[in-house]
Each structure stands twice: as C-alpha cells, then as structure tokens.
Design a protein around this ligand. Structure first.
Ligand SMILES: *Cc1c(COP(=O)(O)O)cnc(C)c1O
Length: 397
C-alpha cells in the first residue's frame, strides 16, 4: 500500500495554501532543492564538461524515461525524455504519418489541447502532401475511424473536463482500420493507471511538470512501441538522435530504437529536479493513486452538490469516466477563481467558463477538499468575486 502521509511529507507545500492545481504544475519535491544545488555546484561547478560522462548527464534521458515508463506500462528501453510536449507530439505524429504514407487523415477530437492540434496543422503545412486534420466531438471519435485515417491522435484525459477516452478500445479500432494511435498522456501519467503495452498504443507522449511534479520547464517524454522503434523515421533529426553523435558524420543515420527520438542537448538542471520527483513516484502504486483520487473527487463533487448550487459540473459524474480533475462551470468563472486564489485555494481557469481543480493523492487530503469547498461556497454566496481586481486577466490563467 502506498503511504500518502509519507508522500505528502516529501513535498514543500506553502503554509496556508490549499493546492488543487497539480494538474498544471506539481509542487516542489523537498529533495529537489538540495539535488539541483548539488548538480549546480558539484557537477557543473566542479566537473565542468566531464559531467556529461562522469555525472551521467548524457544517460539521464533514457534512465528517467524508464522510470516514467513504469508508470505508463512501457517496457524498459522504449521511453525517453527531452524537449517539450508540443515537440514530442510533432515527432510522434510525423513518424506515424511516415509509417502510413498512403493515408491522409489525422483524426482527433475538438476537446483536444490546442497545442496538439496546432502542431498537427504545422506539420501538415510543412509536409505539404494534402493531409487533413479532422476533429470531431469526443464521443463520436470511434465512428470516424476508417481506412482513410493514418493516425488517431488523442489526449486520453480531456484537459478541461477530465473525461477519459477508452485507450484500449479506440486503439484496437484504429488498428483494425489500418491506422496508428498516438496518445497524449499529459493528464494521465501520474493521474490514472496507464498501460500503453496492454493498449497496444503506437506512440505515447506526455509532460512531467503536471502530475509527475518535475518542475516548471521539466522535459516531456515520448514512448514508441517496440514494433516501430527501429523503423519510425525521426522528423526532427538532431545530432543526439544520430546513431553515433560523436562521429560527427555528415550523413544522418537514425539511432537505434527510442534513441532516435532524442533531438539535442538535454536539460541537465531540469532533469536533476525531475529525478527527485521520480524518487517519490518509485514508491507509489498507481492502483492506490487511482483509488484515492476517486475518493477525493467524489468527496469534492458531493460537497459541491450540497453547498455550491450556482455552479454546474462539467466533468463526468461517473468516476470510471473521469480522470483526476474536476471542472465546474460558472459564467464568471475567471473572477470566481481569482477570488478563490486570493483566499488561498489554488485551482485554475480554462476558457470559456471552467473552474478547474486537480486532485493529487500524493499530497491532497480530505481536509484540503473540505476547505476548498467551504471557501468556494463563501466566494459564491457572498459574490466575493464581483470586484474589478478579480476580473483583470493575467497572462497565465
Ligand atoms: C499541458 C499540455 C500540453 C503542453 O505542451 P508543452 O509543450 O509542454 O507546453 C500539450 N498537450 C496537452 C494535452 C497538455 O495537457
């Protein structure tokens, strides 16, 4: 059994704050401060360029990838970290399209995170071979999988509503139609149990700064199924994805397996922070996380039903269909969230009118949930949100 009191004690959680936004940016692992400081002073400071070998910097992207791999059901050697999630979406999609050269359709859903769709459009433009991005309602995806589809590109857990797509069944349908399936696990990795091997996902990508708590700017990850690992052509053919980067050959030859999904120099300081987050995850069982996450979201929804009649639930009521976040709608959602944050309860706002709350068993308690609903009821009952200072939009919502 995972001991969530032990995991909670491993995070720095500011006094007086109820943090329900770990779905956007996880909190600081206590060990990260000393680890990053040591990386700066002992590794960079003392070892200088020899750190690439002596401190193992160059091997980190694969080592960290394998530790994330355990959380998403990937076998060792098929996951690597680097770059940002948007870049990894581009790489996975470009590889999938190259593996299905005779097909032209990328199928996604309208609720997908805009960056994934923007990257697809950018890739379509760069290829200039007549690909189309087709986006349909999330519940209609299955009906649109046909033999024109090259790649099914979906985010498993909807970033706004938390609705879960059935990865295994949609992937099976994609395969039956001859298409490949790319899964974005941004709101899945560390949030719900994932098994990319059992689901037979072709590609999976995700970020490490949300539920995985790797810190702002932490690198993304990419998984490529063993069947494709040695044949997927890398669209971003950077030197560190080369078979022999330090041969400095004029010709690009893709590296073996997942190595070809590396692009350039890895972010050493960010990886040092991420490593401490994964130290915490190493002792965690995802089945325990899921059970506890459901308890937390159910408690939240039942208290909202009882005490906040002016908001409506914009997440599935059935916990089996819901990830680890809950969205509530309110016409003045932005101002309501700002007033709530001013009271020490941090969630976030997603246009047009969603108040979004993430529940993260590693450090969220029942007491946090109760405190958040009490504060929200107060903000709504007394219209505390109705003040000019809460209506002025900041750059990041
Ligand atoms: C958070 C998120 C992103 C962010 O991409 P970055 O390149 O890391 O900024 C992309 N896609 C989805 C589905 C996300 O939830």
């Amino acid at each position: 059994m995972t001991d969530f009191e032990v995991t909670r004690a491993q995070f720095h959680l500011p006094e007086g704050v109820i943090y329900l936004d770990g779905n956007s940016l996880g909190p600081l692992p206590r060990a990260a401060t000393a680890r990053v400081a040591a990386c700066l002073s002992q590794e960079w400071g003392e070892r200088l360029i020899t750190g690439w070998n002596k401190a193992g910097w160059m091997a980190q992207p694969r080592a960290l990838g394998d530790r994330i791999g355990r959380l998403i059901g990937a076998s060792p050697g098929h996951t690597v970290v680097g770059d940002t999630l948007s870049i990894k979406v581009y790489q996975a999609l470009a590889a999938a399209l190259a593996l299905r050269p005779e097909r032209r359709v990328i199928l996604s859903d309208r609720g997908n995170f805009p960056s994934d769709l923007y990257m697809a459009e950018g890739l379509i433009g760069a290829l200039d071979r007549g690909h189309v991005l087709k986006t349909v309602a999330p519940e209609e995806v299955a009906e649109h999988i046909d033999d024109g589809v090259a790649a099914l590109m979906l985010t498993e857990v909807d970033y706004r509503t938390g609705r879960i797509h059935d990865m295994k069944s949609l992937t099976a349908q994609a395969h039956a139609a001859g298409a490949l399936a790319i899964w974005d696990l941004a709101h899945s990795a560390g949030a719900i149990p994932v098994d990319v091997s059992a689901a037979r996902a072709d590609f999976a990508v995700g970020c490490t700064y949300k539920y995985l708590n790797g810190g702002p700017g932490a690198p993304a990850f990419i998984y490529v199924a063993p069947d494709h690992a040695d044949i997927a052509p890398p669209a971003l053919s950077g030197w560190l994805g080369h078979e022999a980067p330090f041969a400095f050959d004029r010709d690009y030859r893709p590296g073996r397996g997942i190595d070809r999904m590396r692009v350039g120099t890895p972010p050493v300081l960010q990886m040092a922070a991420l490593e401490t987050a994964l130290d915490i995850w190493d002792a965690v069982d995802m089945a325990d996380v899921r059970a506890r996450s459901i308890e937390l979201t159910e408690l939240f929804i039942s208290l909202i039903d009882a005490h906040c009649p002016s908001v409506t639930l914009n997440s599935p009521r059935d916990s089996a269909m819901r990830g680890s976040q809950v969205a509530l709608r309110h016409p003045e959602g932005y101002a309501v969230m700002q007033a709530l944050i001013a009271r020490g309860v941090i969630g976030d706002f997603r246009a047009p009118d969603n108040l979004r709350f993430g529940f993260t068993p590693l450090y969220t308690t029942d007491q946090d949930v109760r405190g958040a609903v009490t504060a929200l009821a107060d903000v709504l009952d007394n219209a505390l949100w109705d003040a000019p200072r809460y209506k002025k939009r900041a750059a990041v919502t």
